[in-house]
Design a protein around this ligand. Structure first.
Ligand SMILES: Cc1cc2nc3c(=O)[nH]c(=O)nc-3n(C[C@H](O)[C@H](O)[C@H](O)COP(=O)(O)O)c2cc1C
Length: 596
């Protein structure tokens, strides 16, 4: 880890777990509920033991965040161990009498013996096992949740699911799961979260449950395999130039650091070792969207650098070492044969390990991303991130204009389209035309959720057409799905102005305040200020931003055009110079491939 560093501390039955994450840029929206969501995911899963019933992990943010945004200073997190109440005298920091129940019989497969010999704790192996315990992964999941929030804000999603438990393999993912694997790793994870084993489908989950029950009946434990996926990963993270900068190596190290993970593969990994090269490598293709790969057997990494395809990592977890029927060991007090110490244990923790693997992958990717983009503040990351995202494209694609009501999305957007010689689409008008009712009428008669559904539908149709300037509705930015579509199909510019200026413009505009459902019945300036506060964190995600206050429509359009030029990469410049992938030819290609 270089740009983003973390450290954890804490014993399993001590008062708390601590984590410090340094290197998060300032201006990232972060709340403890974002972290607690992942902590709860780590605690679920069929086959977990009694500890999970005692602990309901919640993270306290001790530093690095103020009024819901990161400061750029180290993030300090604390998770209290509720079980400490039962261990206070046995785990106290103050001097005292030794534990009346020392652990002297090491458990095979745990750090007990090696750690005891190394640190001189043979009289009580608890001094080792408390820290070696996978309880530590709770704080790593918490720190990983912060890294995940950063990635998500920049358009990268991380998710996982279970592909095997013991000798039970999952069915191959169905079509919708495969689509999620390619486009929305978080959606994939949420789907896995629906099942108690984090399988992607019911049938596989039933097989997993049966396998775990069989293990329980024989007082044994089970391992398995998780697949971790990251989507929206731009090309160019990591480096081929030095061994310790290769991202494949860094990911493998991070995965291996998870307790009980004993093998890691990228892409087709082990299977590739048994095939011909022509069956393993991913052909490079050039189409209207630019460079792409026909397949992703490499798992998104070549030469230690991300290649723009989803990252696919699989990790194999060994069966848990605390076997309830007790493995043979030696009592270090008597040096006699004795059954190993049995600490309260899970039968199977593979579903939880997937959540931990997501966290370590998020930390690893966020580190590599910040290394590539720099970034003391979130604002300073936007432009380089957009350049990276667009760098494999043959042309910039659509230009999406976002911003609050009255910011000039329609007027400035139309001006930009005119200058570019491209069509202009106002998403609200497109919906009104399709439904035959105004936005206000749709809101009142059908409700906001239905309007948002119509909006998503209109957006996915609009992006299939030739490159255009698309003005988004004011609230469209609240949808993560809309962000994925916008990032996949082009560049995003945000327009803004003060609430007073927005109100002034709306009061004079044709559609006015009356036709804006979210403004009716309220003091418009106050309501606009409130909406801006609620939505600013989303508007701030745009690749480019322009405050249109004091600018004429023409001036603003010229500025947007100039700014959007700064996103053009070497590849699209070359394609433009050579007349490849542009204009009607591009449309012809697009038609063939069903893209844009
Ligand atoms: C989420 C999670 C939960 C775990 N729970 C247990 C457990 O209940 N019992 C156990 O023996 N090992 C458990 N482990 C694994 C041990 O912590 C691990 O095997 C041990 O510390 C030795 O480390 P190693 O297997 O990496 O060599 C768990 C691992 C993870 C990731």
């Amino acid at each position: 880890m270089s740009r983003l560093r973390y450290l954890t501390a804490g014993e399993s039955h001590g008062p708390a777990l601590l984590g410090i994450l340094e290197g998060l840029p300032s201006g990232l929206p972060l709340e403890s509920k974002d972290i607690d969501f992942d902590l709860a995911r780590r605690q679920r899963g069929y086959g977990r033991g009694g500890r999970m019933k005692i602990e309901q992990d919640q993270a306290e943010i001790l530093s690095g965040v103020r009024f819901g945004f990161t400061l750029g200073s180290p993030l300090g997190l604390l998770i209290r161990n509720r079980d400490f109440a039962n261990w206070q005298t046995r785990m106290q920091a103050a001097p005292g009498v030794p534990d009346p129940h020392p652990v002297t019989i090491p458990r095979p497969g745990h750090a007990d013996l090696a750690g005891g010999l190394k640190y001189g704790h043979l009289e009580d192996l608890r001094n080792v096992l408390e820290r070696a315990s996978a309880r530590e992964t709770a704080i790593r999941v918490a720190l990983g949740a912060a890294a995940r929030t950063l990635l998500k804000d920049l358009g990268i999603q991380v998710g996982s699911f279970v592909t095997a438990i013991g000798d039970a393999d999952a069915d191959p993912p169905d079509e919708s799961a495969r689509r999620l694997q390619g486009e929305d790793a978080e959606g994939l994870a949420l789907r896995a979260d629906q099942s108690e084993t984090r399988a992607l489908d019911e049938r596989s989950s039933r097989r997993f449950v049966e396998a775990i029950q069989r293990a329980q009946q024989r007082r044994d434990t089970l391992g398995g395999v998780v697949e971790v996926v990251a989507t929206g990963v731009p090309v160019g993270l990591g480096s081929h130039v030095q061994w310790d900068r290769k991202l494949d190596g860094r990911i493998a190290q991070a995965m291996m650091s998870i307790p009980a993970i004993k093998a890691v593969e990228l892409g087709d990994g082990w299977a590739g070792a048994h095939r011909y090269g022509s069956q393993v490598h991913d052909a490079i293709e050039f189409g209207p969207r630019g460079l792409s790969r026909g397949s992703n057997r490499a798992g998104g990494l070549e030469g230690g650098v991300t290649n723009g395809e989803p990252l696919v990592v699989r990790a194999a977890m060994k069966p848990l070492s605390t076997v309830p029927s007790a493995l043979p060991s030696i009592d270090l007090g008597t040096l006699q044969v004795a059954p190993a110490h049995v600490e309260r244990t899970d039968t199977c923790a593979v579903p939880a390990a997937g959540v931990v693997a997501e966290a370590v992958l998020a930390l690893c990717l966020a580190d590599a991303l910040l290394e590539t983009l720099g970034g003391d503040s979130m604002a300073s990351l936007r432009l380089p991130m957009a350049r990276l995202r667009l760098s494999t494209r043959a042309r910039p694609g659509h230009l999406f204009v976002i911003g609050p009501m009255g910011s000039g999305k329609s007027t400035v957007g139309a001006g930009v389209a005119l200058r570019l010689g491209q069509p202009f689409t106002d998403l609200d008008q497109l919906i009104e035309g399709r439904v035959g009712a105004s936005v206000t009428e749709i809101f009142t008669s059908r409700g906001e959720p239905e309007f948002r559904r119509l909006e998503a539908e209109a957006l996915s149709d609009a992006v299939q057409k030739e490159p255009a300037v698309i003005a988004m509705g004011g609230g469209a930015v609240l949808s993560e799905a809309a962000w994925r579509v916008m990032r996949r199909h082009g560049a995003i510019v945000a327009l803004n102005a003060s609430a007073e200026e927005l109100a002034r413009r709306l009061l004079r505009s044709e559609r006015g305040v009356q036709q804006r459902p979210l403004l009716t019945g309220a003091d418009p300036t106050e309501r606009l200020r409130q909406l801006a506060q609620e939505r600013q964190r989303y508007y701030a995600r745009a690749d480019l931003s322009l405050n249109t206050e004091g600018l004429s429509v023409d001036e603003a359009a010229a500025l947007v055009l100039g700014m959007s030029r700064s996103l053009e990469g070497a590849l699209s410049r070359r394609a433009r110079e050579m007349g490849i992938g542009q204009g009607s030819e591009a449309r012809g290609l697009a038609d063939q491939e069903g893209e844009e």
